[in-house]
Design a binder for this molecule. Structure first.
Ligand SMILES: Cc1cc2nc3c(=O)[nH]c(=O)nc-3n(C[C@H](O)[C@H](O)[C@H](O)COP(=O)(O)OP(=O)(O)OC[C@H]3O[C@@H](n4cnc5c(N)ncnc54)[C@H](O)[C@@H]3O)c2cc1C
Length: 268
């Protein structure tokens, strides 16, 4: 069955990191009154390459649902078609259009919300921004139900931490939102965390278990319970390139975490 294609007009385009050539985009779907989606889902963007061949790429939505608008966060991949098509000004100026279908995907928060560890590197932060916008909307509503929400965000350099000020401001405003930005190649002057995301995730799990008096590794679940009926009081949501996703999954498995507790999206 042919998927319905929508025309998305570019309203805003901003280079948010010169060093990684990362862009933030806001699009409006003028033919639709609203574009409902669940935070964490992605759209498929469609365009023709120079040979007239139709190319399709997935991009996580970097915002919460809001009328007929959605936002993306995309970095240029050297030699790649679509990321450069989006980033290059002559290809996609303000007012220019792309076609999309969607929303798609199951990388969404469990409901009801539980304690959650969000783990991202690079543009893997896009769905995390969608999550935080829907949990803590600007109008002051709070959908987090007081659960602890950690965002562990790793990049190489400070300049590559996208939306850093937004997350810092949210952490100031919401005591149950914990923002851990960590750099693998930090300058001397960096006062924040260093190293890889998996080490900080491990620390969160250990400290939480100690605080709540829970055993680690956590005990296995009854194999008689069907997987879809399993409920946990904490989940991890991991997004980025495969190496990082595997590293975090392995670490959590080492704490006895069940595979259903670990939700992930791989970009490669
Ligand atoms: C569900 C999903 C959501 C995604 N969301 C985002 C997003 O929010 N932001 C974003 O920037 N990207 C995202 N991606 C990746 C995106 O779909 C493209 O793969 C990426 O933009 C590269 O496409 P391209 O056409 O520029 O490169 P291509 O022409 O497809 O590839 C060029 C070369 O780059 C390599 N490559 C492909 N993808 C990547 C990558 N992500 N990083 C490094 N090298 C790569 C390829 O192996 C190839 O050698 C997502 C992918 C998936 C599956």
């Amino acid at each position: 069955m042919a998927r319905e294609l929508y025309t998305a007009r570019l309203e805003q385009k901003e280079c948010i990191s010169e060093s990684t050539q990362c862009y933030h985009f806001r699009f409006v779907l003028e033919d639709l009154e609203s574009f409902p989606f669940t935070s964490g889902q992605f759209v498929s963007a469609v365009a023709e390459d120079s040979n007239g061949k139709q190319q399709t790429r997935a991009y996580s939505i970097a915002s919460a649902a809001s009328g007929n608008r959605f936002e993306l966060c995309v970095n240029r991949v050297e030699g790649g078609f679509f990321s450069n098509h989006l980033a290059d000004l002559p290809d996609l100026p303000i007012g220019g259009t792309i076609r999309i279908h969607g929303p798609h995907g199951h990388f969404i928060l469990n409901s009801p919300i539980t304690d959650s560890i969000l783990v991202a590197t690079g543009t893997g932060v896009a769905p995390m921004r969608g999550y935080t916008q829907s949990l803590f909307p600007e109008d002051g509503t709070d959908r987090s139900e007081g659960r602890d929400i950690w965002l562990v965000y790793g990049t190489r350099h400070e300049t590559d931490l996208y939306y850093h000020e937004e997350f810092e401001a949210l952490a100031q405003r919401k005591p149950n939102f914990h923002y851990l930005a960590t750099l693998s190649r930090a300058k001397e002057s960096w006062n924040g965390l260093r190293g890889y995301v998996q080490d900080h995730v491990a620390r969160i799990v250990e400290e939480r278990a100690a605080r709540l008096g829970l055993p680690l590794p956590q005990p296995g679940v009854d194999p008689a319970i069907p997987a879809k009926e399993l409920k946990f009081d904490i989940y991890a949501y991991i997004c980025g390139l495969n190496n990082m996703v595997s590293g975090v999954r392995d670490r959590l498995a080492g704490f006895g975490w069940h595979r259903k507790q670990i939700v992930f999206e791989r970009y490669d």
